[in-house]
Design a protein around this ligand. Structure first.
Ligand code: TXA
Ligand code: MG
Length: 315
């Protein structure tokens, strides 16, 4: 079992984190969405180490992180539609699933054998510093045990993965708080939403100039999307306007609750608070959690997606 080093974001520690990645180690680092668990995307053993640390039961494909769009072009084929979204939203919380380039050097375990690769350029100074210091593609799922709540603070990572990974770079709280929006493309260039996330669907449609289709019924699938996920230990009840006996109420806007995602009903604030509040409810031992209704627009779609998964029957 590795002893997990806690690193800061100063230059010597970023250099140490990059050296650990180069040596095949697992390093958790902050992004603007959630903390990622990074490893060298060209090293099969290092990538296997991510699956082992997270106890991911099946080999779902991982997102590869690089410092800029130029580095993305070495890995995948960029269609005009993809280039338009990259120009509009990178660096930022958008993942594009694109055809893997021949000779990219990406370990087959990263794509779980698919011919496509999920790529993203994170908008976070520490993620950027680490990616530039390492100067290579970094595969990184969220830095939580499989099926558990995603981490938005270094302490969340340490509580879930301490003793299972080589290092954690502490960068404070993640600003966006929900994972990236994932978009894939049909052969004719049609964009499809694979996961709602930190970039609202409305903004992507505005950049594309067309509607964003959903993955339903399409050839493209996002493996792992159907699992119960993001789950606290307690049972969740959604769209609650008041607590029933024995429930802890997580509020939003006019629904006050025992704690709240955003008292003012702000969806950005609610996204940033979502996983932190679910971690807090977990830590408090809440057995039954009621959650106020969240409007289904903007970041509300990503929040509701995560809440529905958290409330889904457990495997
Ligand atoms: O914001 C994020 O995206 C965070 C941070 C760390 O960057 N990462 C993240 O990774 O959420 P993860 O592994 O928890 O979720 C990645 C999702 C999975 O559901 C996976 O199935 C999907 O992306 N995915 C990855 N590559 C894919 C591919 N080639 N085709 C379809 N889905 C893919
Ligand atoms: Mg995840």
């Amino acid at each position: 079992m590795p002893q997990t080093r806690l690193l800061s974001a100063d230059a010597p520690d970023i250099a140490a984190a990059a050296a650990l990645l180069a040596a095949g180690g697992r390093v958790a680092f902050p992004t603007e969405t959630v903390y990622g668990l990074g490893a060298d995307a060209r090293n099969d053993r290092a990538v296997a180490g991510i699956f082992a640390a997270k106890q991911r039961p099946s080999f779902n494909p991982l997102i590869v992180h690089v410092a800029d769009a130029a580095a993305v072009r070495d890995l995948v084929e960029m269609s005009p539609e993809a280039a338009a979204l990259a120009a509009a939203f990178w660096p930022g919380p958008l993942t594009l699933v694109l055809p893997l380039r021949q000779g990219s050097g990406i370990a087959p375990l990263v794509t779980a054998g698919l011919t496509t690769l999920g790529v993203r350029v994170p908008d976070h100074p520490i993620a950027q510093a680490l990616l530039r210091a390492y100067a290579g593609p970094v595969a990184a799922p969220s830095a939580n045990l499989s099926g558990r709540i995603s981490p938005t603070e270094a302490t969340h990572v340490r509580d879930g993965l301490g003793g299972r990974i080589e290092a954690i770079v502490d960068g404070g709280s993640c600003g966006v708080g929900v994972e990236s929006t994932i978009v894939g493309f049909d052969a004719d260039g049609t964009a499809r939403l694979l996961r709602p996330g930190g970039i609202p669907i409305e903004a992507i449609e505005a950049a594309l100039g067309t509607a964003l289709l959903t993955a339903k019924g399409a050839g493209i699938t996002a493996p792992g999307q159907m699992e119960s996920h993001y789950a606290p230990r307690g049972q969740l009840r959604l769209n609650a306007t008041e607590a029933r006996p024995g429930e802890t109420l997580l509020g939003f806007g006019p629904v006050t609750g025992d704690l709240t995602l955003s008292a003012s009903g702000d969806l950005h604030e609610a996204a940033a608070a979502l996983f932190r509040q679910l971690h807090a409810l977990d830590a408090s031992g809440a057995a039954r959690i009621a959650v106020a209704p969240i409007p289904e627009h903007g970041l509300g779609r990503a929040i509701n997606d995560r809440l529905r998964r958290a409330a889904a029957p457990r495997p």
